[in-house]
Design a protein around this ligand. Sequence first.
Ligand code: NAD
Ligand code: ZN
Length: 263
Amino acid sequence: MKSLESIDQAAEWMKNARHAVAFTGAGISVESGIPPFRGEGGLWARYDPQCLDIDTFLEHPLETWPLIKEIFYDFFGQAKPNPAHIILAGMESAGYLKQVITQNIDHLHQDAGGKKVIEFHGTSRYLICTKCGKRELAAPSLLEILPPRCQVCQSILKPDFVFFGEGIPELAYQASFAETRNADIWLVIGTTGEVQPASYLPGDAKRHGARIIEINVEPSFFTHSVTDIFLCGKASEMMLGLGRALGIHPPQLDAFDSPAVHR
Ligand code: NAD
Ligand code: ZN
């Protein structure tokens, strides 16, 4: 269902929404050059996910930190928002979107100008002390000598995102499920629905009366269970279509020529 009519219908729903929420996953950042974890070409085909297990990390920071630095700082650190992030931020400032909830840890929604962003799995942008909890910006200087250490208590610093074996940050969890009770439109972009408890959010929103619009290059766990309109295609292309239908064209889009957009 990649028809113009469904983009127009989705735009119409967004226009008339009282409280639209976007829920994003790794797929929205693929066109920024960050692969998803799973599947062909995914990060776990190249790296051992064990480095993100909290017990392994705490026991072996010297061994796990170089891998973490390579994936999340040398590599992720170079990524820039793509048109999908930029149009979402434009929808927020135009008043069409009240909240973004992202499973991503790459900070690209905020880099695109998004203000109302809940980071369900935390962020790679900050490091947090494993002992005293002090949080600091992940500046390159902090990562010159590994493992990085807290300037206050000298304990090991960890990226401030959720490792395997850790719980979801309480505030993000509560705020996200509160949104499912308030939303009348829930826009799902680029997520398989395989990661719990994040994957419960669209179903919960649907049970509370929201209509679900989904963008993905292929059907996900949500497509045949809760989705009302499935926009099949790349996040940037579908969001450019939605943006056009809503008359949204943030100035940052001018930096993208068509080949980059349709990469
Ligand atoms: P995921 O659930 O986030 O799935 C990725 C989805 O993106 C798939 O359904 C795939 O079909 C879709 N997709 C791929 N290219 C797309 C495109 N151009 N446009 C639209 N959709 C596209 O799965 P995951 O990668 O296993 O992630 C697991 C967890 O790790 C999630 O919480 C995820 O957010 C996080 N993660 C974050 C990043 C990041 O911060 N950028 C990167 C990898 C994983
Ligand atoms: Zn400390």
